[in-house]
Design a protein around this ligand. Structure first.
Ligand code: ADP
Length: 513
């Protein structure tokens, strides 16, 4: 159904046009009255023609035709003898008035054509600029919601009526309507999506509607449509408006398609990474588990088969090697499983509000038997805030770093906990510093990779799997933090764990249970 009621804006515009028309004719009449004693009737008629030209340039077609007729009537009434009447006595005056009317109408036709062309050129320029700006903004949009927001504001800026953008839900394959929509609009959007074609005024389909329904995308080469747009209160003959709407929608459809492709690529990449990790996992199991298992099986069968023949010392040696190898196997398995678990999802975390002081205390108690020389010196800043972490994993991380430091150095090891304020917020830092052999410059980039071992450990025959630091970094990243390594001036390494602190705390200090 066509909407014929005038909007408040167009009513205001008509009123303005009426005033301008009245002003132009009054000004022409006043000028003619002033010049009347000095100039001929032909010259006066030219002043009225000038008013008609101005009216044609400034006003709509209907108003300017009215101006042409009103100008002829005014000239006749005020200046053509007999004055102050609508009569025309002499035929030459009648011909002059008729000529003036034709002249005014021709000028009017030309001027309003020119005006229309100028307006159209301006409108096209504005639309081209809008498409350009939208293309730039869409290039930065990284979610369908961001594209939806940009599209909605572009549609609202370009078309005065109500504009509706409905995206297709990837799971349900149904259109996602923003609000409660009328059944006509819902049917229009669904039908446009089903037919993958534009519908509505002037399109050749559903022409009785005063809206356009435009699909987002084209159904070709297996591509799916992303949704549909409804632009309400439009005119069937507004071809350039429709072209603009179609161009805008095709730009949006391309942007949505690009997002869909990159999401699919990301999923494929994740899957490839997962498979690669599984491959590494299997390779590690086959390589690293086989050797200690062979030692355990060998020592255990020697104890079983030659129990009576072996001396006490030999039995002790075999038992020690079984315990050591089994410990190594347990460590290796735990680290490998942890790495796989953390790489697959961050939901492996069981976070709670924890005190870092308590976590450090439990780690130190656990590794006490490795630190017979009491070489670990801890320094924890006073009244630290609580951290929301998985205490088991953070203990494992700090424990791994301390065990490494104990393994690779004989000197004192410093464990320092402090706070750091950055532009992005406050962080809690846990640093493990030692004066050991340090890590060579060339190894810095890969030392956190799984199964990567330092050259000095391989040479010294130091036992290890190259998984500890990989697990540590994975734990730090799963908490949204980071683990970095700094070479210390004067020798040694400094491993620094940085955990972001959330602003809100479960309770204020002093209230703690
Ligand atoms: P692992 O210790 O089992 O070999 P990690 O992942 O814990 O595996 O460590 C990887 C490598 O990093 C080690 O082989 C070692 O060369 C080096 N590394 C780790 N911590 C230290 C440290 N504190 N001092 C010197 N080198 C270290």
């Amino acid at each position: 159904m066509k909407n014929t009621a005038l909007s408040p804006e167009s009513r205001q515009q008509s009123l303005k046009d009426g005033f301008l028309l009245l002003f132009l004719l009054s000004a022409a009449t006043l000028a003619c009255l002033l010049l009347d004693p000095y100039v001929s009737l032909t010259s006066l008629s030219m002043l009225y023609v000038l008013a008609v030209v101005l009216a044609s340039y400034k006003l709509g077609r209907r108003e300017s035709v009215l101006a042409a007729f009103a100008a002829v009537v005014a000239l006749n009434f005020f200046f053509v003898p007999p004055r102050w009447t609508f009569q025309v006595e002499r035929s030459e005056h009648f011909i002059a008035l008729l000529t003036m009317l034709v002249l005014a109408l021709v000028i009017n036709h030309l001027a309003s054509g020119m005006r229309r062309e100028t307006e159209m050129a301006r409108l096209n320029e504005r639309r081209a600029r809008q498409l350009q700006n939208l293309a730039i903004a869409l290039a930065d949009a990284d979610t369908p919601q961001a594209v939806q927001r940009l599209t909605q504001s572009a549609l609202d800026a370009a078309f005065n009526g109500t504009n509706i953008l409905a995206l297709l839900d990837a799971d349900t394959k149904e259109l996602d309507f923003p609000t409660a929509l009328s059944h006509v609009v819902q049917d229009g959007l669904r039908c446009c999506l089903k037919e993958a074609a534009i519908l509505g005024a002037g399109t050749g389909r559903w022409t009785e509607l005063d809206a356009w329904y435009i699909p987002l995308g084209e159904q070709r080469q297996g591509r799916e449509l992303s949704g549909a747009v409804c632009i309400q209160t439009v005119a069937g003959d507004d071809e350039s408006g429709r072209e603009h709407a179609v161009a805008l929608c095709s730009m949006v459809a391309q942007s949505l398609w690009r997002l869909r492709l990159s999401a699919a690529m990301q999923a494929a990449q994740n899957e490839a990474q997962r498979q690669q990790l599984q491959g590494i996992f299997l390779a590690a199991i086959s390589h690293d588990l086989r050797t200690p298992l062979a030692v355990v099986v060998g020592a255990a069968s020697a104890l079983q088969l030659q129990h009576d023949k072996l001396s006490m010392l030999e039995k002790q040696r075999l038992l020690t090697s079984i315990v050591n190898e089994a410990g190594h196997l347990a460590n290796l398995t735990e680290n490998t499983l942890q790495l796989v678990r953390l790489s697959n999802s961050t939901q492996a975390l069981t976070r709670d509000w924890e005190s870092m002081e308590e976590i450090i205390g439990s780690v130190l108690a656990r590794i006490k038997h490795y630190d017979s020389g009491r070489r670990i010196v801890s320094k924890v800043q006073y009244s630290l805030p609580l951290v929301r972490v998985d205490a088991v994993l953070i203990s494992q991380l700090i424990g791994n770093l301390l065990e490494n430091a104990l393994k690779y150095t004989d000197a004192t090891i410093h464990l320092v906990v402090s706070l750091e304020t950055q532009a992005t917020g406050e962080n809690m830092l846990v640093a493990v510093k030692d004066r050991g052999p340090g890590i060579a410059e060339v190894e810095l980039a890969t030392i956190f990779d799984a199964y990567s071992r330092g050259d000095h450990s391989e040479r010294s025959g130091q036992r290890g799997s190259g998984l500890g630091l990989a697990v540590c970094r994975a734990i730090a990243q799963a908490h949204g933090g980071s683990l970095i390594l700094r070479r210390r001036s004067g020798g040694g390494s400094s491993f620094i764990l940085s955990l972001p602190l959330t602003l809100e705390q479960p309770f204020t200090l002093g209230e703690q249970p």
